[in-house]
Design a protein around this ligand. Sequence first.
Ligand code: DGP
Length: 142
Amino acid sequence: MSYDPANIFARILRGELPAHVVEETEHTLTFMDIMPKANGHALVIPKEDAPNIYDISDGALRNLITQVKRVAKASKLAYPGNGIRVIQLNGSEAGQSVFHLHFHVIPSADGMNFGFHGGASADEASLAEHAQRLKQALATFA
Ligand code: DGP
């Protein structure tokens, strides 16, 4: 997908829009989500222009995930008694609404009530079929 330099996070990176910045590094910016799922909900973004995980360079992604880990550990310290959810969405079908790659780092205390896990175990045939589907797709990459 092409990158739209007018997206909100690009504008925050350029200083055209305000944000509650938590930390800026050479390669990343961490700031508070304006519509938090919970207190402390932060976003970690790369400075490289990439709409989603498919398009970012491996080097920039390494820097980004290292910063995500750092923020997750800080969040765990700052919000004791919480676990930390790290969430990243790709494509509007998956719920992505801002098309500059970002990781959500969210202190979370509602455990299994979050509803992320599926309800029931799938049957073996279905699991095998979907494993095969992913293996075939992986085999097309160098
Ligand atoms: P996603 O659905 O994964 O693309 O998440 C986008 C998040 O961005 C969403 O949780 C709300 C947040 N957001 C949207 N507009 C702004 C903004 O102008 N400033 C900040 N700080 N966050 C924003």
